[in-house]
Design a protein around this ligand. Sequence first.
Ligand SMILES: [Zn+2]
Ligand SMILES: [Zn+2]
Length: 146
Amino acid sequence: MNFFTSIVEFFSSPAFRLIVNLFFLFAFVLYLSLAKWTYADARRRGAMAFYWTIVTLLFPLAGWLVYLIVRPPEYLDDMRERELEIRAKEALLSTSDVVCPSCHKPIEKDFLICPYCRKKLKKPCPSCKRPLNNSWAICPYCQQIL
Ligand SMILES: [Zn+2]
Ligand SMILES: [Zn+2]
């Protein structure tokens, strides 16, 4: 019975109570950190940060796990960066959709001459100097008859 009484003594000792208190303190700090992390992460991902923080606080671990599953897959910054990249690529494509009929290199729509093969692409209007198609009979910008 000596062993049993020593166990009872241990559970009622100040040392055991200290361990229990430390455990609860640790759990509480973990709980707050989890909520704080959820708030920061949800904000970075453009999720409803306030809502998810409340859910994590109301259902510690369970609410947090649900958030981990349904949260947006990428950060807002990454998303913006990717959109910029796509836009830059689109801009690149739109400038190269006009090609020289002779050498097929990318040119601008208003080039008078191909800078690669020197083929004459357009003629300047004698009046307003805008680039005109060779086959046009009148300048569409200033109505100069050619
Ligand atoms: Zn050319
Ligand atoms: Zn003109």
